[in-house]
Design a protein around this ligand. Structure first.
Ligand code: RIB
Length: 300
């Protein structure tokens, strides 16, 4: 069984701010750092740091591509399918405020230049029962889902950011959804605009996608799992938050590692929650993602 992540790779320009920018405002930031990121890359690196062997497919520009490729390789993510193309890589401008919350402005760049030929070429190397991890920062997500489903791949989707690009996707082909509260409400439909109960939200998503497994992460309210008749609640590990960027991606990478290794859902969720709690206690996307030794050693 092989694991492929067909996803974004970004350079994150991270600014520390006292508060999130308001329209018309000029604000002095008090810190600036540049990190590797992108939901796809973060999730691949989290899975690899957990111990998984993972292929990442995606596109980087000639500008920052080498920086992103080097970090994937240093972390033992297989980069054979990553293509370097002319033009700009994906990048973000991220504000992180004094409460460790973030605000992300995304420029898709090379992440949005996939072609059907490229997708077909990559997927030709994978087949039935292989795992495919996806997010919504690339173009052709609908096409990737359709082709992977035809091949019998198990599709794991983190539908983030939740935007109109998802309307053209046949989400009934997804085996596992990993969502936050906002994405969960969108999947469940308008009836859940004000719902705050994680279990009820999971039930509502499963009503729309009854064959899927659903993992709903709700920050310090913990994570809720549903699949078939099974339900499980995983409390969050409390830490002093410094930067929440990539916490969800870290959770995803570690949860997928558990799935790949046939762990019980309870164990996968606990590992993922521990890993995410470590990630929020550090700055940046990729640099905040812990290795398995740290996660295994965390007891509270
Ligand atoms: O989920 C965090 C990631 O979202 C950041 O690394 C940024 O690149 C954006 O894609």
């Amino acid at each position: 069984m092989q694991v492929l992540n067909f996803g974004s790779l970004n350079v994150d320009y991270v600014y520390r701010v006292a508060h999130m920018m308001r329209p018309g405002e000029t604000q002095q930031s008090y810190g600036m750092e540049i990190f590797a990121g992108g939901k796809g890359m973060n999730q691949s690196i989290a899975a690899a740091r957990a111990g998984a062997q993972i292929y990442h497919a995606g596109m980087v520009g000639k500008d920052d591509g080498q920086f992103l490729l080097d970090i994937c390789r240093e972390n033992h993510v297989n980069t054979d399918f990553i293509r370097v193309i002319d033009g700009k890589s994906g990048h973000t401008i991220i504000q992180v405020d004094d409460n460790a919350q973030n605000c992300i402005l995304l420029y898709g760049g090379s992440n949005r230049r996939f072609t059907k030929e490229y997708v077909d070429e990559v997927l030709a190397k994978f087949g039935a029962d292989d795992f495919l991890i996806l997010q919504n920062e690339t173009n052709l997500l609908d096409y990737i889902i359709d082709r992977a489903y035809e091949k019998g791949m198990k599709i794991i989707l983190n539908p983030s950011p939740f935007d109109e690009g998802l309307n053209s996707c046949d989400l009934s082909k997804v085996s596992v959804f990993l969502v936050n509260e906002i994405e969960g409400r969108q999947l469940a439909g308008a009836a859940f605009e004000t719902e705050e109960d994680g279990n009820r939200l999971v039930d509502a998503i499963l009503k729309v996608y009854p064959k899927a497994q659903v993992v709903l992460t709700m920050g310090d309210k913990g994570a809720f799992y549903g699949g078939g008749e099974k339900r499980h609640y995983q409390p969050c590990f409390q830490v002093k938050a410094v930067d929440t960027t990539a916490a969800g991606d870290t959770f995803t990478g570690y949860f997928v590692f558990g799935l790949l290794n046939g762990y019980e859902i309870e164990k996968s969720l606990e590992l993922a929650a521990k890993a995410a709690s470590i990630a929020v206690s550090r700055s940046g996307a990729v640099p905040s993602i812990p290795v398995m030794e740290e996660v295994a050693g965390k007891n509270e």
